[in-house]
Each structure stands twice: as structure tokens, then as C-alpha cells.
Design a protein around this ligand. Structure first.
Ligand code: ZN
Length: 153
């Protein structure tokens, strides 16, 4: 089915099989755990934030479906080097994209590679898989060093 092919594009499959920024981040000063009970996706996001509020490094670990892993891989690549405010703005844009809220013909340039997840908007059940990494990032940005736990439910 072509719709299914749209969702599981080559880039998504590639990112899910070989996720970027996957692993432990021993010097992380912010982290959070995310859980999507609908699908069983579990993620830990670790961040190294500098004094100016810039995300110097970001990594994730965990297990989940192809969409959740690909999204975490793309998220980490997209937010590295950005400020917390820029990352949260990108999350809002990404969330609008996967919720199908962006108008037809919208310029997606600022979303970069994240746009490959646009097909998720046709699959409401997968929106939580795609946004889990972002919710977890947000929780990590807002957390103390003790870490936070979020659930999509
Ligand atoms: Zn999932």
C-alpha cells in the first residue's frame, strides 16, 4: 500500500536501524525518561547543557517501534547546538506537522530532515510514537539533574 510506504520511508527505516546519537551520555547534566504505553516505546534522553542554555550534546537510549526510534534519532540530530528555546520551538513545529495542523503548502525548510515524519499525520496512533522523543526532550530540558519521567498517557 502506498500510504504504508509513505509512513515507513527509506529514511525512517534507515534511522530506526542505525539511530544517530544512540547510547549513554555519561556527562549528561539533564535527563528524562519517556514512556508511550500505547505502543510500549521507552526512551531515556540525556543532555549536556552549557551555562548559556545551549544543548552541547544529546543522546538517547531505549527500545521502541521503528517510528519512535527514527524520531528520536532525527530529534537528537535536529536539536544539537540549539538553545532550549529553539528546541522547544522546533518541537511545536514538529508537533503541528505530525498532527496535520500545518496548512497545505507550508514551508517546511526549518524542519529539515524532520519532515520525513510528515506521513505520521495519517496515522493518529503513531503520533505518540513520533512525538515521544520530543516530549522526553522537553522534560529533560525542564528537569533538574535528577531526571524526570513522562508518559504520553
Ligand atoms: Zn511506537
Amino acid at each position: 500500500m502506498s500510504d504504508f510506504d509513505d509512513l515507513y520511508s527509506e529514511q525512517i527505516i534507515e534511522h530506526s536501524k542505525k539511530p544517530r546519537n544512540f547510547g549513554e551520555l555519561p556527562n549528561a547534566n539533564h535527563h528524562a525518561n519517556g514512556f508511550n504505553p500505547l505502543c510500549g516505546d521507552k526512551l531515556v534522553v540525556g543532555l549536556v547543557m552549557d551555562g548559556a542554555g545551549v544543548i552541547q550534546d544529546v543522546k538517547f537510549q531505549g527500545q521502541g517501534c521503528a517510528i519512535s526510534k527514527a524520531s528520536a534519532s532525527l530529534m537528537t540530530g535536529a536539536v544539537k547546538g540549539k538553545t532550549a528555546a529553539e528546541a522547544e520551538h522546533l518541537f511545536e513545529r514538529f508537533h503541528d506537522l505530525v498532527m496535520g495542523k500545518l496548512p497545505e503548502g507550508e514551508d517546511l525548510t526549518d524542519l529539515g530532515k524532520l519532515a520525513v515524519l510528515a506521513g505520521v499525520r495519517e496515522y493518529p496512533a503513531r503520533v505518540k510514537c513520533a512525538s515521544l522523543a520530543w516530549h522526553t526532550l522537553k522534560a529533560a530540558l525542564e528537569s533538574s539533574t535528577d531526571g524526570a519521567v513522562i508518559s504520553t498517557e
